[in-house]
Design a protein around this ligand. Structure first.
Ligand code: F0G
Length: 467
């Protein structure tokens, strides 16, 4: 496919009902300057250089000496044509695998061959964030940014730090809640040499502050409020289709935190339908941790919906006021999604409408049990990611997902994140486990792989191996 990318067809547009203001693609914005609502990256598809069929992207597989064809994000450049080749900053991200997972299918109650896991932990910094970061750093270059900032529970900071370190032109600062960042991720951010600010507060506090900092100091914001981050994350869905030989699954299941992924995934499918590259979208299922269930409550209890753009903002504001009045704070072992106020809420509601999607929630116990099953099948994932598998099990038990439907779970982050919970799950006796993690509702470890303690004695070691 020798197609010249057309970037003159890209622009930014406010999603606000009654606003819809448009802005040039070159402007570094993370909110609508007119009304403060979220922005989309948009394209005039009628003038785009699109392939006729998704299968045409396969031509890129033969051109891996080209960094843009090597990247699992930029080999779909035609579907995110906002930056020319000269601006693109890629680290070969997105070379991730869609794996058929029959063992996990059995655990979740699906027929063999019906469950697939999309391992985004295999990205350069260990999470799906790199899909978004290559796009955002490319846009930052395009927009002439000289500094970047983000708030993070861990993965975003590691990814920003990695891209910033390699790029060398866009130094970054990351805001993390003290005691609220996963240790390994903090290690990455420190090691990659970015400025780390530990704020005495939680993720929501950091998120609020980083927006203020970005406005005040005109620093380029790398969180998923940034519409170009989401453009990169769309490609996870293209790779799922690629892994299924361009067939659309019945369900795509994803953990919900700040709701960037679910927003991006909905947009990816809506655009593929709009451009005629697929006929129907899969249904999106977004899974909250029970201890961080803002989306679940808003959608299933408050009945908040996108409603063609007429979102009941008053009701959302009242919900948040009540949350503050009751001092209800997110608490889950799935540290990545321990978020009270998801910034992409409205876009996620839109994605749910576009895809006939739904929201479920799962307990930390369900998450850790599912995580152990995923790990036992290879690669593994962090707790937040396993919420997707726990969600499928629950939706399957309720009969919402059929036994023979084809389901893809997005495993957003690597197994080496949050190892304390994993090691405790596999090693602690039940009483000790409840003592250490009872606060999170963890009582049992039904799928524990217990290490066997033996004396330094060959016979006993052999006996333990042979037992
Ligand atoms: N899974 C992982 C591994 C994550 O790191 C995150 C978000 C999510 C899921 C939630 O994704 O926001 O698109 O709904 N982590 C952010 C961070 C908050 O700072 O690394 P979402």
């Amino acid at each position: 496919m020798a197609i010249a990318i057309r970037t003159d067809i890209a622009y930014q547009q406010c999603i606000g009902q009654g606003c819809g203001a448009r802005f040039s693609v070159e402007e570094p914005l993370f909110e609508c300057p007119k009304c403060g609502d979220l922005l989309d990256a948009r394209y005039d598809w009628s003038r785009a250089a699109l392939p006729k069929h998704l299968k045409d992207f396969e031509a890129k597989w033969a051109r891996q000496d080209d960094p843009l064809a090597f990247s699992g994000v930029w080999r779909f450049h035609e579907l995110l044509p906002f930056a020319g080749r000269e601006h693109i900053m890629t680290l070969g991200e997105g070379r991730t695998i869609l794996q058929r997972a029959d063992r996990v299918a059995a655990f979740a109650g699906l027929a063999p061959g019906r469950l697939f896991l999309q391992y985004e932990g295999l990205n350069p910094s260990g999470s799906f964030k790199d899909n978004g970061m290559t796009a955002a750093f490319s846009h930052a270059r395009l927009a002439g940014a000289t500094r970047a900032a983000c708030a993070s529970t861990g993965n975003t900071s590691a990814s920003v730090a990695l891209y910033s370190a390699v790029d060398g032109r866009v130094p970054a600062v990351v805001l993390v809640g003290s005691g609220k960042i996963a240790y390994g991720k903090l290690a990455q951010a420190l090691d990659y040499g970015v400025r780390v600010i530990q704020v005495q507060g939680d993720f929501d506090a950091c998120m609020k502050r980083v927006k203020e900092v970005a406005r005040e100091l005109k620093i380029y914001l790398m969180n998923s409020l940034n519409p170009f981050r989401l453009e990169g994350q769309k490609t996870i869905m293209y790779r799922i289709l690629e892994g299924l030989r361009w067939e659309v699954p019945d369900w795509v299941v994803v953990p919900g935190g700040n709701l960037g992924n679910s927003s991006a995934f909905g947009k990816a499918f809506q655009e593929l339908v709009e451009t005629g590259l697929i006929q129907r979208p899969p249904r999106l299922a977004v899974i909250n941790a029970a201890g961080a269930d803002t989306l679940y409550r808003l959608v299933n209890e408050e009945r908040i919906a996108w409603n063609g753009g007429r979102v009941d903002e008053g009701r959302i504001a009242a919900f948040y006021s009540q949350m503050d009045a009751e001092n209800r704070r997110a608490k889950t072992l799935a540290s990545a999604i321990e978020i009270n106020r998801p910034v992409n809420l409205k876009k996620c509601l839109r994605a749910l409408e576009w895809t006939g999607g739904l929201v479920e929630k799962v307990t930390d116990q369900e998450i850790l049990d599912a995580k152990a099953q995923v790990g036992a099948g290879g690669f593994g994932c962090e707790p937040a990611s396993a919420a997707s598998v726990a969600g499928v099990k629950k939706l399957r038990a309720a009969g919402v997902i059929g036994r023979d439907e084809r389901v893809v779970c997005v495993l957003t982050g690597h197994a080496l994140k949050d190892p304390h919970a994993t090691v405790a799950y596999h090693t602690k006796k039940e009483g000790e486990l409840a003592e250490a993690y009872g606060d999170y509702g963890i009582r049992t470890a039904a799928h524990a792989n217990r290490p066997i303690v033996v004396e330094d004695n060959l016979e006993k070691i052999i006996a333990a191996i042979q037992a």
